[in-house]
Design a protein around this ligand. Structure first.
Ligand code: THU
Length: 128
């Protein structure tokens, strides 16, 4: 699958976001090592701290379906800035795939690519 195809899936997933408080809708598309793709969106709550980001929604869907090995994730928001995963999501992604590639996409479709190691250097992991 090309980067652009994965990004298009993330864009579509953002349409499912439940974000009545921030109005910031995010979509994620998580590609597993076996080629399968899990989508996620952000899901907010009246008790704001209960909010789940799009990336974690995708990870939890994948893991709960028995898939723990990930290759790439595309994260999209209709924003002027590239949509970067928050610190909590970086940590959750790192639990399963420290070698992950992260595609951060902005509203006009342009994107930047990072390794998770760049985004979460010197991380705390199960090896510690
Ligand atoms: N959010 C995500 O879903 N993923 C990100 O990468 C950044 C932030 C969500 C959380 C919240 O619902 C909204 O965006 C504003 O922070």
């Amino acid at each position: 699958m090309t980067d652009r195809e994965l990004i298009n899936i993330a864009v579509e997933a953002s349409g499912k976001a439940y974000a009545p408080y921030s109005n910031f809708t995010v979509g994620a598309a998580l590609e597993c090592e076996d080629g399968s793709v899990y989508t996620g969106c952000n899901i907010e709550n009246a008790s704001y701290g209960c909010t789940n980001c799009a990336e974690r929604t995708a990870v939890f869907k994948a893991v709960s379906e028995g898939n723990r090995r990930f290759r790439r994730i595309a994260v999209y928001a209709d924003s002027d800035n590239y949509c970067m995963p928050c610190g909590v999501c970086r940590q959750v992604l790192n639990e399963f795939s420290p070698e992950l590639e992260v595609l951060s996409v902005r509203g006009d479709g342009r994107y930047v690519s990072y390794s998770l190691k760049e985004l979460l250097p010197r991380s705390f992991s199960m090896n510690d």
